[in-house]
Design a protein around this ligand. Structure first.
Ligand code: NAP
Length: 243
C-alpha cells in the first residue's frame, strides 16, 4: 500500500527520523530525506538498497522559504508528496527561571514553526491530489508537562493543537493529520540524560523498557496506511502516559 508512494521525513539523518526513512523504504516507498548539515550520502545509498529512490534535500525546517523549496524539489522529482512526517526536533532544556529568550525561541522555531512551514507548503499538493497523510512527532511531555523543558513542552503541546486544526481544515479533501507522542526513546536526544534521570523515567514505564526507534516507525507506518483516523495523538510510551 505504500509501494511507490512518496514519503518526506524531516530531520532524518539520525535517531527516529533515520529509522522511519529505512522502515518506509522497506515498505517500498520513495524517500525524500531532509537534512540540515552534511549531505548524508551513505544513508541515501542504504535506503536505495531497498530498491526505492531517495532524494536528499537540505533545509532548515525553521526557515519558511527553505521548506517551500524542499517541497518543490520533492514534487519536481516524484510529482507528489503522499506522506509528510514532521520529525525534526531539538531540546534546549533549563528551568524557566533561567531559560534565555533565545533558547525558548529556537526550540519553538524548529519544533513548532517547522511543522507549520512544511504543512503550509505540502498541503497545496495534497489538496490538489485530494489525498495525503501528515504525521507530526510530538511527545508525551506535550500532554503531561515536564519540569526543565518549558520551551520543548510548549512546542510539543503546540504540535498537538496544530495537528487537530489541520485535521479539521483538510479532512474533507481526503487528507489525514495525526500526531505521535513518543515517551522515552533511545536516541542521541535521550543519551545525554544522567543515569539517575533515566532510572526515574524507567520506573514510570509499565512495560519496563525504554522505547526503540522501531516502535515509533511502526506507528508511523500504521498511521500512513490508515484512512479513517485523523486529528489523533497516539502515545507510544510503554504505558508511561495513559489517557
Ligand atoms: P535526534 O536523535 O536528536 O535527531 C533529531 C534530528 O532532527 C536530527 O536528524 C537533526 O539533524 C534534525 N534536526 C534538528 N533541527 C533541525 C532543523 N532545524 N532542520 C532540519 N533538521 C533538524 O532526536 P530523536 O530522538 O530522533 O527525535 C526525533 C523527534 O522525536 C523529535 O521531534 C523529538 O522531539 C521527538 N521525540 C523524541 C523522544 C525521544 O525520547 N528520543 C521523545 C519524544 C519525542 P542534525 O543531525 O543535523 O542535528
Amino acid at each position: 500500500m505504500l509501494k511507490g508512494k512518496t514519503v518526506l521525513i524531516t530531520g532524518a539523518t539520525r535517531g527516529i527520523g533515520k529509522n522511519m526513512a529505512e522502515a518506509f523504504a522497506k515498505e517500498g516507498a520513495n524517500i525524500v530525506l531532509n537534512y540540515r548539515g552534511e549531505e548524508p550520502l551513505e544513508l541515501a545509498k542504504e535506503i536505495e538498497a531497498f530498491g526505492v529512490s531517495c532524494l536528499l534535500v537540505k533545509a532548515d525546517v525553521s526557515n519558511f522559504s527553505e521548506c517551500e523549496t524542499m517541497i518543490s524539489k520533492a514534487v519536481e522529482t516524484f510529482k507528489t508528496v503522499d506522506v509528510l512526517i514532521n520529525n525534526a526536533g531539538i531540546t534546549k532544556d533549563g528551568l524557566i527561571m533561567r531559560m534565555s529568550e533565545d533558547d525558548f525561541s529556537d526550540v519553538l522555531d524548529i519544533n513548532l514553526k517547522g511543522v507549520f512551514n512544511t504543512i503550509r507548503h505540502a498541503s497545496k499538493i495534497m489538496l490538489k491530489q485530494k489525498s495525503g497523510a501528515i504525521i507530526n512527532i510530538s511527545s508525551v511531555v506535550g500532554i503531561m508537562g515536564n519540569a526543565g523543558q518549558a520551551n520543548y513542552v510548549a512546542s510539543k503541546a503546540g504540535v498537538i493543537g496544530l495537528t487537530k486544526t489541520v485535521a479539521r481544515e483538510l479532512g474533507s479533501r481526503g487528507i489525514t493529520c495525526n500526531a505521535i507522542a513518543p515517551g522515552f526513546i533511545e536516541t542521541d536526544m535521550t543519551d545525554v540524560l544522567k543515569d539517575e534521570v533515566k532510572q526515574i523515567m524507567l520506573n514510570q514505564i509499565p512495560l519496563n523498557r525504554f522505547g526503540a526507534c522501531e516502535d515509533i516507525s511502526e506507528t508511523a507506518i500504521f498511521l500512513a496506511k490508515s484512512k479513517y483516523i485523523t486529528g489523533q495523538t497516539i502515545n507510544v510510551c510503554g504505558g508511561m502516559l495513559m489517557n
